[in-house]
Ligand binder design. Structure first.
Ligand SMILES: [Mg+2]
Length: 312
């Protein structure tokens, strides 16, 4: 039997990753499982480590970290059929949440006995994403949240970053073209607060930006939030946690297989919590692009699985 790989970001979740990894590796030793242990020290390490994995060298990969670590792993891995087991050790654990994994015990059980299933990935301008790719206000908020994440607890981090950000944010005018699941191509030009292209339903530590998103249906969901007054943004924000923001007239959600956009001025892009300045992107869905271990009892929580036979 092939060894397992365990990749740990010890500083994820302000040190939670390191403590969690110690318990996990002890459990693996007690179960007599042979594994190789890897630890990241700085940003980019998870991409370099997994990029150097021998093809077919491991039975599965346990990732102990947050969304940022998983983002780096998916960028690095050359073999995306290697089953991943996710441990929610980060500040944001939206990728683990996508699989119904919310705590360490469930994560460990899933790593040991979980069911491998295929989920879709997104592809954006040269790299994969697991959960979300976005442009606009939310990326600016995520950037501010990243700056403050060692100072503030998770529950207050995003609301605080939002309040700080909305007073300086200037909504950009954006041209975009999307492809619907039936192959129709639609072009629009609008002034937006943000556009989020979602594989999963949650981001930013629990916001349901796209309540109906399903990572197994072979399509991505495009959420566009158009320009609105600041007082209305403050009203909208709490509703995103419940997913009821979709009732605002400025918000639309539609299924797409691909899209591209170009803004009239630079803003911030966000890929699974990693942000950087940019002005344009081209995005498409990669159906069944990633293999993940899911809890035996729960699996991916969704009511609209249309590709039930697509799993493993
Ligand atoms: Mg989908």
């Amino acid at each position: 039997m092939k060894p397992w790989a365990v990749l740990v970001n010890p500083s994820s979740g302000r040190g939670r990753g390191g403590a969690m990894a110690a318990r996990i590796t002890q459990a693996l030793r007690e179960s007599g499982i042979e594994f190789q242990y890897f630890e990241t020290e700085k940003s980019g390490d998870a991409t370099n480590i997994t990029g150097a994995f021998p093809l077919g060298g491991y039975d599965r990969l346990l990732v102990v970290g947050g969304d940022g670590t998983i983002n780096e792993v998916v960028k690095g891995l050359r073999d995306l059929t290697l089953p991943l087991a996710l441990f929610p050790a980060g500040t944001g654990n939206d990728a683990a949440r996508l699989l119904g994994i919310r705590d360490e015990i469930t994560a460990l059980k899933t790593a040991l006995q979980g069911v491998p299933r295929k989920i879709d990935l997104g592809w954006a301008s040269g790299d994969h994403f697991v959960n979300i790719y976005s442009f606009g206000l939310d990326a600016s908020i995520a950037t501010q949240a990243n700056r403050w994440k060692h100072l503030l607890p998770g529950w207050i981090l995003y609301p605080a970053a939002l309040v700080k950000t909305i007073f300086s944010f200037q909504p950009p005018r954006v041209s975009y073209t999307l492809t619907t699941p039936t192959g129709e191509i639609i072009h629009r030009q609008e002034t937006i607060l943000l556009m989020a292209i979602c594989n999963g339903s949650h981001y930013g530590g629990g916001m349901q930006i796209n309540p109906a998103a399903n990572p197994r249906d072979g399509v991505l969901e495009l959420c566009v939030v158009r320009k609105m007054p600041r007082w209305k943004i403050l009203l909208l924000f709490p509703t995103v946690y419940k997913g009821t923001h979709v009732s605002f007239q400025e918000v639309t959600i539609e299924k797409i297989t691909a899209m591209s956009f170009q803004a009239e001025k630079p803003g911030l892009l966000n890929r699974d919590g990693e942000t950087w300045p940019g002005i344009e992107a081209a995005i498409k869905v990669v159906p069944e692009g990633l293999t993940v271990l899911c809890p035996v009892s729960e699996g991916i929580s969704t009511t609209t699985v249309s590709k039930e036979t697509g799993g493993m």
